[in-house]
Design a protein around this ligand. Structure first.
Ligand SMILES: [Fe+2]
Ligand SMILES: [Fe+2]
Length: 290
């Protein structure tokens, strides 16, 4: 048996998101409080666990691995429950390294959705904020962290050097496979992302769960919110079609709500509950299949 740190190096899933903030700091927070240098202070112990996390992610997320996980999880035959039970379930993912300062998963979801609501966006967009990280329940089904969170990327074609820690892809078997290691790999130029398989994680899983219930721009936000190599770095333009480019405007609109809405004050769930109960009832069935 491998020691836990070799399977799940992060003390909690939020360490990945904290690291995203170092890579893509909030322009407003920089103006108001800290210098970019302070945000980009890579010299800390958490950075090492994040690095190890990406080493595992880049080594093991192969085309075959993704196909196998799709087959396994997209049958949705594990559990059926109302969304409210799913939030309770998700909240079992607590951070034991620093219970005082970190908010639970539902609070991150509510801070995201409330920030979207405050800006007057359509209600389905608010719902996207509420559910966007529900796929993290994969951890509770026994998946390692590197198969749940982290930046996502296409499999079946060359890994872009714009993906964080690109050097770790040299250990990925697909990297040496001539079928998969050319610019387009198994795909045709500009074939559209609907024809492209992404590394496996909470984005694809929640997209597949929600695909019959939420308008398409919201589905793009769910499916590609961790695809930083495209929505921030534009490294996969050669796989996108015109429709993707249109829809990625929405992905870009969503990203700051996810990254920059975190704050230490927990939202007042009691007060918010009636609004969200109505919202969920408007779009989603009484129970969801996991
Ligand atoms: Fe996420
Ligand atoms: Fe998130």
């Amino acid at each position: 048996m491998k020691p836990q740190a070799e399977i799940n190096p992060l003390a909690n899933l939020d360490e990945w998101e904290d690291d995203l903030l170092r890579r893509y700091p909030d322009p407003e927070a920089i103006a108001n409080e800290k210098s970019v240098e302070e945000y980009r202070n890579y010299d800390n112990p958490q950075r090492d666990t994040v690095k190890e996390f990406y080493r595992l992610n880049h080594t093991y997320q192969t085309y075959d691995f993704v196909k196998q996980k799709q087959k396994d999880y997209l049958a949705f035959n594990r559990k059926e429950m109302p969304i409210w039970d799913a939030f309770t379930f998700l909240n079992q993912l607590v951070d034991d390294s620093d219970p005082d300062t970190d908010l639970d998963q539902l609070q991150h979801l509510l801070q995201t959705s409330e920030a979207i609501r405050r800006d007057g966006h359509p209600d389905w967009f608010v719902l996207v904020g509420l559910v966007h990280d529900m796929g993290k329940v994969l951890c509770l089904f026994g998946e390692p962290q590197w198969a749940v969170v982290g930046d996502t990327f296409p499999v079946g074609c060359a890994h872009s050097d714009k993906i964080v820690f690109p050097e770790f892809f040299s250990a990925n078997p697909d990297h040496a496979n001539p079928q998969y290691n050319t610019k387009h790999g198994i795909y045709k130029p500009n074939c559209g992302l609907r024809n492209v398989d992404m590394s496996w994680g909470h984005d694809e899983y929640v997209y597949q769960m929600m695909k019959d219930y939420i308008p398409e721009p919201g589905l793009y936000m769910l499916r590609y919110h961790s695809f930083y190599a495209q929505h921030r770095e534009h490294a996969y333009e050669h796989l996108l079609d015109d429709h993707d480019r249109e829809m990625f405007k929405w992905v870009n609109l969503f990203n700051p709500y996810d990254l920059y809405s975190k704050n230490p004050n927990p939202p007042d769930w009691k007060e918010l509950k009636p609004y969200y109960e109505d919202l969920v009832a408007k779009y989603l069935p009484a129970t969801l299949k996991f």
